[in-house]
Design a protein around this ligand. Structure first.
Ligand SMILES: Cc1ncc(COP(=O)(O)O)c(C=O)c1O
Length: 387
């Protein structure tokens, strides 16, 4: 029997990196000295105190059974405490917090919980791809909001077609932003909340990179007065504590949105391994300098890459947050051509900006996930290419 793919899978945009991926794998197989600035996955290990908490949790028999769908009460309390301390935002651990198996699943499942077929989701472009795919899987229609350099990579809310806004069930935003590394102030979240109230649309704020800030602290969308009426925020332990492989994050905010996502998920998964929840509690209670020390390492890497490229005459913004540098490609190249040339002639992997959506054309994303020496080596190789 031939298996036909569901139409919803066929509707996904084509995978743009197939060719570059093939070339990257071939280069690695051939034993070439590849500098991989392509993946947004921390290269440093999870800290020991979190591993220790996992270890202890793994020895508790209660953790060997199905976990509670809505997460352990201790974890929900730890999340509430962390939010209060970090953002000054109060959350009810019973009704306004839902632990997730990584924030990606919350982001991608949310449309199934709150959109009806044909409803619009307002999606920024360039963007983290699950905003788009989650919408498509739920039968929703993504309507894109360009993130342009002239507007500091924030969506221009006044430019959104009012008809699309009225048909929208979700507006996705993500600051600190992947891939542009832009940040948003509370004034932006105030305007966004007013927009969401006017058009009766749920804000989904993706805060995965909140702790990777350099000079100024970043903000939660829930800091805007009244934002909780219209906002669900997705958070992740992945990047902050080097826990991408562990799969733990959480959704917080509007009660009805959190309840809808919880109901959907109770039909799809059976919670998070209890020992991982114990480890997350240890992470959220941590008062050590671990996170700031980690960010200092990324800061030095950021400066090595940005200063190196600026010395070559490139115009590159120094990101205020995230471990990404959003690099305008040299004139005369498309994103794809530039990244292909880097790979073929310098064994450097960067991600072409157009892979995050059309308006990403003209940029490449470099992830600061190799050490400073490797970044220096990458700059030296780029210099030899004489762009
Ligand atoms: C913007 C953004 N949001 C969310 C995630 C997902 O993180 P996780 O599912 O590991 O919590 C990522 C991962 O790269 C991301 O870049």
């Amino acid at each position: 029997m031939a298996i036909d793919k569901a139409i919803r899978l066929e509707k996904l945009p084509p995978y743009l990196f197939a060719e570059i991926d093939k070339k990257k794998k071939a280069a690695i197989r051939a034993g070439r000295d590849v500098i991989n600035l392509g993946v947004g996955d921390p290269d440093m290990p999870t800290p020991e105190f979190i591993i220790q908490a996992l270890n202890e949790g793994a020895h508790k028999p209660a953790n060997h059974q199905y976990a509670l769908d809505e997460g352990s009460p201790e974890l929900r309390r730890a999340i509430a405490g962390w939010y209060q301390k970090r953002f000054g935002v109060s959350l009810d651990p019973e009704e306004e917090i839902l632990p997730l198996i990584g924030s990606k699943e919350g982001i991608a499942h949310l449309p199934l919980a709150v959109l009806n077929p044909g409803d619009v989701a307002l999606v920024p472009e360039p963007c983290y791809p699950p905003y788009r795919s989650g919408t498509i899987f739920a039968g929703g229609v993504p309507v894109y909001m360009d993130l342009a350099a002239e507007n500091n990579f924030l969506p221009d809310l006044d430019a959104i077609d009012p008809q699309a806004a009225r048909a929208a069930g979700i507006i996705y935003v993500n600051y600190p932003n992947n891939p542009t590394a832009a940040v948003a102030g509370v004034d932006f979240y105030e305007r966004l909340a007013a927009f969401a109230k006017k058009y009766d649309v749920l804000i989904c704020s993706d805060l995965a990179y909140s702790e990777m800030y350099y000079e100024e602290k970043t903000h939660s969308a829930l800091e805007a007065p009244g934002a909780k009426d219209v906002t669900i925020e997705m958070h992740s332990l992945s990047k902050t504590y080097n826990m991408t492989g562990w799969r733990i994050g959480f959704a917080v905010g509007n009660k009805a949105a959190v309840a809808a996502l919880a109901k959907l998920k109770s039909n799809l998964d059976s919670g998070i391994f209890g020992a991982i929840q114990d480890a997350a509690i240890a992470a959220l209670h941590d008062e050590s300098d671990f996170v700031r020390n980690q960010v200092d390492i990324y800061r030095r890497r950021r400066d090595t890459l940005v200063d190196g490229l600026v010395q070559l005459g490139w115009k590159v913004n120094r990101p205020g947050a995230t471990f990404y540098v959003w690099i305008p490609v040299p004139q005369g190249h498309t994103s794809e051509e530039f990244c292909t040339k880097l790979l073929e002639q310098a064994d450097i992997v960067m991600t072409p900006g157009n892979g995050f959506g059309g308006p990403g054309e003209g940029y490449a994303r470099a992830a600061l996930t190799v050490n400073e020496d490797r970044i220096k080596e990458a700059v030296a190789r780029i210099q030899k290419l004489n762009f």
